[in-house]
Design a binder for this molecule. Structure first.
Ligand code: NAD
Length: 300
């Protein structure tokens, strides 16, 4: 018996990297999958039907159920047709996994408008588009165990200095996920994020570089497959208790992030005196900020 028998999933960015690993796993566990992928280059701006078709064909050859789809997730109306296609083809929709992504790195002071817009468009608008149309379907078909699983990044959670567009888009997705966790749970939907770490074309430039991770194609710990177990779990019916959370997965680790919470407060009964507020912030807040940030450079 498969862990996802009878369930139907749409996986964006399913033609390569982590999305392809998710699609293969879900199909092997009995899900019917729509493998979406535009076949874009890493910086976006091109199409190739091949990657999605190859993953869907591979799943079919292995005895699973899959169709390929080349929809651009930035296209609101086309995404509506894609969601409808999954329902028409497989009779229902249970799981939406938003993996599609591009990067166009650059320092904030040199970033061009087109770099910003393209990355926000694929990640944040693309995730809005799929969630918007899938949730409308779920609202009309209550009583299921529905799942939204959005891919985010340590780049946003820790603040990668060379990826302001990508970091902003990914943290936008975190906010969208938190909102959906509260608005859609009554319709049977849970919404969670995965922050992955894997050797794919997106990270292959880190191969051989002095990072804390060993980015190499033959390291099983950092393979795309090793990201998938918590994605599988979040897609299963028995994960209905977890909602509005961010899980890091990769390099042999599965970690639960804390959600934002207030750690210190200072209060006044009336109008603040500026000097009192400043003094209290320096004494009360400063001692609370001790988290190591992997991107922070030591002060010279
Ligand atoms: N690899 C990592 O370590 C890492 C780290 C943090 C976050 N992520 C995120 O995980 C996800 C998967 O990354 P990956 O490393 O597998 O990358 P990848 O480049 O191998 O795969 C991304 C896929 O998304 C597709 N895509 C791009 N634009 C699209 C569009 N408009 N519509 C539909 N499909 C589109 C691409 O064609 C590609 O096949 C991304 O969201 C990425 O930002 C990856």
């Amino acid at each position: 018996m498969g862990k996802l028998d009878g369930r139907v999933a749409v996986i964006t960015g399913g033609g390569r990297g982590i999305g392809a690993a998710v699609a293969r796993c879900f199909a092997a566990e009995g899900a019917s999958v729509l493998v979406n992928d535009l076949g874009a280059p890493m910086e976006g701006g091109g199409t190739d039907a091949g990657p999605a078709q190859e993953v869907a064909a591979e799943i079919s050859r292995a005895g699973g159920k899959a169709i390929s789809d080349g929809t651009d997730v930035t296209d609101f109306d086309a995404v509506q047709r894609m969601i409808q296609r999954a329902v028409d083809e497989f009779g229902r929709l249970d799981i939406l996994v938003n993996v599609a992504g591009i990067i166009r790195d650059g320092m904030i002071f040199k970033m061009e408008e087109a770099q910003w817009d393209a990355v926000i468009d694929v990640h944040l608008k693309g995730t809005f588009n799929t969630v918007r149309h899938a949730s409308a379907y779920w609202r009309e078909h209550r009583g299921g165990q529905y799942r939204i699983i959005n891919f985010v990044s340590g780049s946003g959670l820790y603040g990668s200095p060379t990826q302001p567009n990508y970091a902003a888009a990914k943290m936008g997705i975190v906010g969208l996920t938190f909102s959906c966790a509260n608005s859609l749970n009554g319709y049977g939907v849970t919404s969670n994020c995965i922050a992955p770490i894997a050797f794919t074309r997106m990270t292959e430039s880190l191969q051989g570089k002095a990072t804390v991770m060993d980015y190499s194609p033959d390291n099983p710990r950092i393979s795309a497959e090793n990201v998938v177990p918590p994605v599988l779990y979040l897609a299963m019916e028995q994960s209905d208790w977890i909602n509005g959370r961010v899980i890091e997965s990769g390099n042999g680790k599965i970690g639960l992030f804390s959600n934002p919470e207030m750690t210190r407060q200072i209060m006044t009964d009336g109008l603040w005196d500026d000097d009192v507020a400043i003094t209290e912030m320096e004494t009360v807040f400063r001692e609370a900020i001790h988290q190591p940030n992997p991107f922070a450079k030591p002060k010279s």
